[in-house]
Write a protein that binds this ligand. Structure first.
Ligand code: F6P
Length: 320
């Protein structure tokens, strides 16, 4: 193998730049030419996203959030004709291996290209931490810390006014961000799409807190679990208390990556190049039992991550 390329795709995540730096530098150190493809699969399909990388191209990026390669959500990869065009383009460039940094949708695109003869390796990059086959994804740790910072700030004002705060966090159809930030932040209630909730039970928990003179309560809501504004109305119908709603939004996606995400990005990026050089394809770099190992892309594409119910129970138990 003489030439590889890399792209980032889907929602950006802090730590992607650490992975990009590692892929470029490991690749060049091993004698490879390394090309970046801007705007994810869109740049590949349009053919206008290709850039050459040198050692210096990735200087001064390890501490930056986002992705210097830019990203996009490109649906074209789900079309067979587009995929053929993409592989033709990669072959014309002499690219034999492709590293795709992104979430499960990006992995589906990568896998489909792999079936057409390009060697592909995935790196899990999404704040949602919803990829089956890996305990953690790049960006998750930073996002959890960003949410915790918001929880701490809300606590100050919530305590001062003796209010209840509803905080909506991201996670698409999953509740990993809400659960981790809720447990680490001591939220009184955590609502996730994976576990059905009962509004009366949520209010009972709030009432128990009020009865033992708790100055405030935080309800952490995953975006896929409930409409926070309707929830606000339902709570106000049942409890005589002041409730405020905060939607944290894309603030969760930005910011300087945590040490955990930089380490994971660096190690996964280097491993992705090594796997390509070993002739491997159809894998992604996953965290299994705390170790970074190659995991079949198929596991992510055809399986759903199992939600840690025990951790959820623990979070509620400790916030009682
Ligand atoms: O997948 C990452 C994520 O931030 C989700 O948590 C969220 O639902 C989605 O992306 C938002 O997407 P967009 O940035 O396209 O609005």
């Amino acid at each position: 193998m003489k030439k590889i390329a890399l792209l980032s795709s889907g929602g950006d995540a802090p730590g992607m730049n650490a992975a990009i730096r590692a892929i470029v530098r490991r690749g060049i150190n091993k004698g490879l030419s390394v090309q970046g493809i801007q705007r994810g699969f869109a740049g590949l399909l349009n053919g206008n996203g290709f850039i050459d990388f040198e050692m210096g191209s990735v200087a001064d990026i390890i501490h930056r959030g986002g992705t210097i390669l830019l990203t996009a959500r490109e649906q074209g990869m789900f079309d067979a004709a587009f995929r053929k065009k993409a592989v033709k383009r990669l072959k014309e460039e002499g690219i034999e291996g492709l590293v795709v940094i992104g979430g499960d949708g990006s992995f589906q695109g990568a896998n489909a290209l792999g079936e057409l003869g390009i060697k592909v390796i995935g790196i899990p990059g999404t704040i949602d931490n919803d990829i089956n086959g890996t305990e953690q994804t790049i960006g998750f740790d930073t996002a959890v810390n960003t949410i915790l910072d918001a929880v701490n700030r809300l606590r100050d004002t919530a305590t001062s006014h003796e209010r209840i705060f509803i905080l909506e966090v991201m996670g698409r159809k999953t509740g990993y961000l809400a659960l981790s930030a809720g447990l680490a932040g001591g939220a009184e209630s955590i609502l996730v799409p994976e576990i059905e909730f009962d509004i009366d039970e949520v209010c009972d928990r709030l009432m128990r807190g009020i009865e033992r003179l708790k100055a405030h309560s935080i309800i952490l809501v995953a975006e896929g679990a409930a409409d926070v504004f309707k929830l606000n109305g339902e709570i106000k119908k049942r409890i005589k208390a002041e409730v405020r709603v905060t939607v944290l939004g894309h603030i969760q996606r930005g910011g300087s990556p945590s040490a955990v995400d930089r380490l994971m990005g660096s190690r996964m990026g280097a491993m992705a190049v090594d796997l390509l050089l070993e002739g491997k394809s159809g894998y992604f770099t996953g965290v299994v039992d705390g170790e970074i190992v190659p995991v079949l892309l198929d596991l992510c594409i055809n399986g759903n991550k199992i939600f840690p119910d025990e951790l959820y129970k623990l979070a509620l138990d400790l916030a009682r």
